[in-house]
Design a protein around this ligand. Structure first.
Ligand code: ADP
Ligand code: MG
Length: 232
């Protein structure tokens, strides 16, 4: 099943100085179970593509089907509901709430799921356990290393059991070794069946993915299929 299918997708921003075309003519397909890296130089449209595919933003034109459902024209409420239930995000800056413990941060996406507080706590603890942080449940973000904070963010992205996780430069704020550990964790999650989209400008980071798609000036210049076929 194509988890993601776009046709002629575009996104333009209107500024006082004129229009900026961030994405144009994007025809893209991502299957369930894939680990895809989105590469391209700064300003090529990677984050914009992630925001549109992740239902944080809306396209200006073209078509987008998520889980074979046309989401181009759904209401903003429906878009938000779908995003909360089916999509997880990891960002470069971790984006944890500083006055919440690791476990409370991971519980946040569950607030909208109809779960008892006790079930929420258990699910959050399980998710932290799964990223190797079972011993850090009640720590505050400032008591955790950068790599640990990013693993909390990954647990938060996973706690709803989403269909797909988008990670935008998830190792950009980490040293090389810690970054490699986080990438190994993401690769392991993919091996267990999770669909992942990793946005990066770094070829060493993209190398963890099974397929690399390349953007240049808002256009998709390589779908990476040939290279995916060459993989063992
Ligand atoms: P990348 O993540 O590859 O660095 P972005 O997707 O952030 O690239 O940006 C692509 C282009 O779209 C850039 O020219 C950027 O300036 C422009 N852009 C992105 N977001 C906005 C916005 N909210 N308003 C205006 N222009 C934007
Ligand atoms: Mg970006």
């Amino acid at each position: 099943m194509a988890l993601i299918r776009t046709e002629g997708l575009s996104r333009a921003f209107t500024l006082r100085s004129g229009a900026v075309t961030a994405l144009e003519g994007i025809d893209l397909q991502i299957e369930a179970g894939e680990f895809v890296a989105v590469m391209g130089p700064s300003g090529s449209g990677k984050s914009t593509l992630m925001h549109v595919l992740g239902l944080l933003d809306r396209p200006s034109g073209g078509h987008y089907a998520f889980e074979e459902r046309d989401v181009t024209t759904i209401s903003r409420d429906e878009q938000a509901r779908l995003r909360c239930r089916r999509i997880g995000f990891v960002f470069q800056a971790f984006n944890l709430l500083p006055r919440h413990t690791a476990r409370e941060n991971v519980e946040l996406p569950l607030i909208y799921a109809r779960l008892s507080p006790r079930d929420r706590r258990e699910r959050a603890a399980d998710a932290l356990e799964a990223v190797g942080l079972g011993h850090r449940l009640d720590h505050w973000p400032h008591q955790l290393s950068g790599g640990e904070q990013q693993r909390v963010a990954i647990a938060r992205a996973l706690v709803n059991n989403p269909a797909i996780v988008f990670a935008d430069e998830p190792t950009g704020a980490l040293d090389t070794q810690t970054g490699a550990d986080v990438l190994a964790l993401l690769a392991e999650l993919n091996r267990l069946g999770r669909t992942l989209v990793l946005v990066t400008h770094d070829a060493n980071v993209a190398a963890y993915a099974g397929r690399i798609i390349t953007l240049r000036d808002g256009r998709l210049v390589d779908q990476g299929w040939q290279q995916a076929r060459l993989m063992p």
